[in-house]
Write a protein that binds this ligand. Sequence first.
Ligand code: GMT
Length: 378
Amino acid sequence: MRIGIVCYASLGGSGIVATELARHLVARGHEVHLLSSDIPFRLQSDPAGIILHRVETPSYPLFHEPQYLLSLATLIVQVVRERRLDIVHAHYAVPHATAAWLAREILTVRHDVEPPRIITTLHGTDITLIGSDPSYTEAVSFSIDHSDAVTAVSHSLRESTCTAMPVHTDVRVIYNFLDCAQFDRRFDPELRRQLSPGGEDEALIVHMSNFRPVKRLDAVMEIFRRIRQHTKARLVLAGDGPDAVHVPFWADAYGLRDELTVLPPQQSVVPLLSVADLFLLPSLQESFGLAALEAMACEVPVVVSRVGGLPEVVEHDVTGFLHPPEDLVSMAASAVAILKDPERRRRMGQAARRAVVARFCAGDIVPQYEALYRELAG
Ligand code: GMT
């Protein structure tokens, strides 16, 4: 089939899932076009046969803001005309579902080529934070309802969609996934020594995100401060984003500057995750928690918030620990318990990997998208 995938290029789970899907669809023989404002973060090292179309948003002195929606809708129309796309798959509803709907309207009215079928995949904050803002809801819910099919990355997100906005269409759940062959533990002793120079009894704790307030980096540091009251440990924060500027202040406030390493966003996260003893994700909201899934695939136990879709990914006390987001004391206690018991940690890490392999590998999930494309394209 000829498939167009629309996604954000910036650091974030929706762009990662969209580009991984594109990569796997190419490997399965489809012609895949990726429409984005830049080369998506994890595609930079290997374009994998995906045809990239950049959304160019010209500036004009009259505009205070770039007209991304119009540029993207126009680009979708152009790519459909040139390449006769069967499917346009919009990842993240705001404003990608609206751009896809507008493009399909233009093609329907112009009547020169067959309009594509539109699929919107809801990723989380496009519903829970941004899409449900009163200044967006009408346009977002309209565009979701007028997609030919809508998927959400967890049951929790499907439910939130129906309560957050007046959406009437059927929302199917297709879980996020990863390449289970690529995401496997590869322990590098040299990297471990670099990141944790304090020796074998020093635990290495990792948090990886786009450093937005919803990820609660201050909570990560508070949990880490509590952990350090009971055991020797170092913390690695990998990523970037609006809260990066606060990190040095928080590190000073919590007295942790010397125990903290901040790394830039990682193209390849397996080496870092494979040397971690524990992964922290105390988010306020998380429709799925792809970063936790990546850690679990590398046999790292996770301590996460019991919010959104995380209980669908993590089984408490089996593959990691779930606690209410405000209960940092319990998160720290679970972290200390698993850090002090290497045998239990190893068993939990292996159980985490088994859970990922059983339910979240590309080989099981990508065919679900393919089946949906086929169903719609008739
Ligand atoms: O919050 C992020 O990390 C970015 C955001 C995105 O859309 O890029 O992530 C959302 O989508 C991911 C992929 O489906 C999910 O794994 C994240 O849980 C979700 N983030 C939130 O719900 C806060």
